[in-house]
Structure formats: C-alpha cells, structure tokens
Design a protein around this ligand. Sequence first.
Ligand SMILES: Nc1ncnc2c1ncn2[C@@H]1O[C@H](COP(=O)(O)OP(=O)(O)OP(=O)(O)O)[C@@H](O)[C@H]1O
Length: 239
Amino acid sequence: MTILDVQGISKSFGGLKALTNVSFSVEEGAIFGLMGANGAGKTTLFAVIAGQIKPSGGSVSFRNRTITGKRPDQICRLGISRTFQIVRPFAGISVLDNVIVSALYGAAASNSHAEAREAGIAALEAVGLAGSADKLAGELTLSGQKRLEIARALATGAEMLLLDEVMAGLTPTEVEEMIATLSELRRARNLTFMLVEHVMGALMALSDRILALDHGVPIAIGTPAEIAANPDVLKVYFG
Ligand SMILES: Nc1ncnc2c1ncn2[C@@H]1O[C@H](COP(=O)(O)OP(=O)(O)OP(=O)(O)O)[C@@H](O)[C@H]1O
C-alpha cells in the first residue's frame, strides 16, 4: 500500500530550479533512497515533504491525505519525522530528556511524563543508546549524536522517517552498525524510511527503490541494481 505519494513537485529559489516536476510513491514498510550530487535537491525535497519549504507546484499526500501546505508540526503529528544533516540535539540536557521532549511533542504525544519517558527509553533502546541515557547529549560522539537524531524522530511516534545523511562522517565500522540498526528498526517496527545518503554502499544495501536526481530533475527510479546499471545515472556520476 502506498503511504507517501509525491506528484509533480517543483521548487524554485529565485531563478534556480532546485526541483523540477518530481513524482514518486513510497510503499508502506519500504526504504526509499534518494541519490544525487551536492545541490541535486535532496534536502529541499525532504523539506517540502516535512512542510518546512512550500513547493512552487505539485502535491504531497501521506496516507491518501494531502499534506502540502500544512505546517511542519502538523505533518510531524500526522506521522512524518525528519532528521537533519547537521545534528542539533539539545546539547545541555541528557540524552533521555532529548527523546522525552520528542515523545511529548509528536504523533504519539502524551500528557503523561511517565509514558513519554517509556517511549523515550524504547527509542533509545532501538538505536542502541540506552546505556548513554544519562549523558549530556553534547557529550556523545558524532555516531552517538546521529543515533540520537534517529531516536528523537522515532520517539515522536512517527510511522515514516526521513533520514538526511545519518551515515555522513561515520567510520566504515560505524556505517555497518548503522545499516544493521536501520534494518532491525524497519523489521521490528514496520517503519517506512526515506534516506538521503552519499555513502553509496549503504544506500544500495538498504534501499528497496532509489530515485536519482540531477540538478533537481528526476533522471532514474528503480531498484539499486537498476539504478547502478542506468546509463543516465552512470553519465552523471562518471561522465
Ligand atoms: N533556502 C534556499 N535559498 C536559495 N537556494 C537554496 C535554498 N536551499 C537550497 N538552495 C539551493 O537549491 C539547490 C538544491 O539544494 P539542496 O540542499 O536541496 O541539495 P542537496 O541535494 O541536498 O545537496 P547536498 O548533498 O549538498 O546536501 C542548491 O543549488 C542550493 O544551493
């Protein structure tokens, strides 16, 4: 079943066309990858889906409901949560308090601090951070902070997570661990993911389907094997 349907999304910043007529749909429980060089429009597309940027044209539906034009907080409460390339946890409070804030805010928002704490602890366990719950968020390594970003998105109760470069800056071992964590998350919680990732091995290993963008224009969509063999993709990447 389709969970997210993106139809004809365009976005211009002045004279710059960041996205041109982008259409695709994501099946519930799938991992959908976005690839493209720097400036291809990947983060802009995430921002359009999450409601931070209004598109110049086109529409986005989540569970058959149009979300274009809704505010980011409304979209978050409907069940879509995104992470950011540059991690920005509340550095001066504990790792656990960071996820409790998300649990009090998101789709599964509860007025009960005890319930939010429980949801927060579950999110930390899901990303392997339970042992760091009492640390200050600012004390985590980069890998820990990337995991905390995912836990914060999870703790909102989101059904769909948009993950923006959660592998960037990680060591090869940490990338392997992150791939295992995301695979397990998807299996255990039946979540749907969109991934923006420059670490190609990880994108290929995790994604069911991938959309390739070139200067905001969709050039290919398909399985990782189809994308790897696509002449237009090869031309953009290897000239
Ligand atoms: N707020 C903005 N104002 C003007 N131009 C913008 C704005 N946001 C993005 N752009 C431009 O839109 C284009 C797409 O940017 P975007 O950040 O979406 O690319 P990206 O594929 O995510 O790149 P990266 O891999 O480097 O994160 C770029 O040319 C960028 O400079």
